[in-house]
Design a protein around this ligand. Structure first.
Ligand code: ATP
Length: 118
């Protein structure tokens, strides 16, 4: 049976401000897994092996809009996010169940974009 709570993460592209200061994307995704590289650990032996430098987290869904890969970007469209997450919540609401969807994250991370779209 599917869980009553689903958690998805969406990675937005680097902003203009971030590219202006030569910020690097430290996130990579694969399936429903997200990998975060600790750039401060690069070249520092005290951080140990690869596992210490890259932390992986698993979610129910993972959407990557930061990748340069056009195919991946297309896969993480508003349409897909809506199909994966929105339709079931709406269906539950129509059936009379209490349902809630919310976006959580630091300012400028893409909550409005994901919830409202264009
Ligand atoms: N998946 C995405 N693909 C392309 N651009 C995105 C994506 N997500 C966010 N952005 C862009 O990033 C910027 C910040 O996004 P947004 O305003 O949705 O953040 P927010 O989390 O709602 O911020 P705040 O908490 O300050 O209201 C916007 O310019 C938006 O167009």
């Amino acid at each position: 049976m599917a869980s009553n709570v689903r958690v998805a993460v969406r990675v937005r592209p680097l902003s203009r401000k971030e590219t202006d200061v030569q910020a690097r994307n430290i996130i990579s995704t694969g399936g429903n897994c997200i990998n975060i590289t600790n750039v401060k650990a690069e070249g520092q032996p005290e951080f140990g092996d690869h596992r210490e430098r890259v932390k992986s987290f698993t979610f129910d869904y993972c959407y990557d809009n930061a990748s340069d890969c056009i195919e991946t970007t297309e896969l993480a469209s508003q349409e897909l996010v809506y199909q994966d997450l929105g339709t079931e919540v709406l269906q539950a609401a129509f059936e009379g169940y209490n349902a809630c969807m919310f976006a959580y994250g630091q300012t400028g991370t893409g909550k409005t974009y994901t919830m409202m779209g264009y």
